[in-house]
Write a protein that binds this ligand. Sequence first.
Ligand code: BG6
Length: 490
Amino acid sequence: WNKAALSIVVVGASGDLAKKKIFPSLFALYHDGMLPKNFTIYGYARSKMSEEEFRSSIEGSLGCRLADGAKCEETMGNFLSTCRYQQGQYKSVDDFGKLSKRIAEHDGGHERANRIFYLSIPPSIFTDVAAAASEGCSSDSGFTRVIVEKPFGRDSESFQELSQALSRHLTEDQMFRIDHYLGKELIENLTVLRFANLVFEPLWSRNYIRNVQVIFSEDFGTEGRGGYFDNYGIIRDVLQNHLLQIVALFAMEPPVSLEAEDIRNEKVKVLRCMKTMSMDDVVVGQYRARSIGGEHHPGYLDDETVPAGSICPTFAAIALFINNARWDGVPFLLKAGKALHSRHAEIRVQFRHVPGNLYRNKMGLDLDRATNELVIRIQPNEAIYLKVNNKVPGLGLKLDVTKLDLTYKSRYNNPLPDAYERLILDVINGDKRLFIRNDELEAAWSLFTPILKEIEEKQISPELYPYGSRGPVGAHYLAAKYGVRWGDIV
Ligand code: BG6
């Protein structure tokens, strides 16, 4: 490992994602001693910048997660001294060639020189950059790996085009398609919870589970990203990837092993078992302006970067069904929205009623609220808790719903790593478990393309909901149709 040099090239180094996530995560890995000894980071972008200007442009966003003051500052200085900048055009083989020469000069003397390219760029130039970088700047003595961020297309057709174009320049082995939700601690824990605990796996089916909810809620609007967002909408931005990936991991059959291919084989199988959705099972919404406590919050259409009259959904709720022996008939209710009342993401698993419950309608037990529920709170304040019925201590017999509660903050001292830290480390180690395979995406797009097309072709107007509210009423009717009440709203 120390005989090899590693260069991490962040293409699109002056962009938002690079500043907010990629450089801070690389620094956190460095700080924790997780990067190989001989590593160098290269920022690659079109703007003219000196090395010093580049370093100071990222310095402010690095941050010391572990508050160890002076030591962290020293570490930050050392980290910054490994960061170099290369100006270049995105489509230019020559410019990538210049970078390659620089890397080779720097890495000379190592047996192997590995290279990772993080494409933090708009999807419209993915293919051009992949072509130029692979021709001009691949490693000839080690591995070349490329990290790509969503969106991977807008529908099945554009996905196929992108995928074929990329495959002309990169092998499947070289490509690491990120879905950062898979790097979140509680999602990484999902398979542990299920497969390493006897109390859960036997209950993990239609026999005991009544419904599953996967909820994503943000308490801010598109704020400045409206121009980008309007091309995609919340279904492509969050449901087709983050939420669907969670369902796939949640619902897959036990894999043969924990190897990447075995896990991804099971995910693809369950994705393929998902039933095509009809618009009766979809609700779309868009937030409108609202004043809260004297503060004005603009609506989606007030964002200057959003085209006038846009019907792009900023909220969507869907009911999804899996046609297989394990899940037949169990509604998976997914909802995601921007500008809602709070920021949280969670999975809620509602179990069936206890058959012949001796406490039915007695002792204050409301059967509907008293079903066991397992909640996996992905963020914030990460936690897993199980709602159970319990006798209120004392002489009488009164029941109460209470929680067996594993709140991470009280159980574990260490701050949780950011999803990007885990994922970048996995790329360095060549571990593909948490990366999306081409056929997973193919299945995900076939599931969503028909409704996306219908929404666009029929120009289906979103239901308006006020900024900071709980979203459109339609989402409650959708859940009610399947006898469900959204758990995060009760
Ligand atoms: C991104 C979406 O993938 O995930 C954003 O494009 C969204 O719209 C973000 O805000 C949410 O990520 P997190 O980790 O902050 O929940």
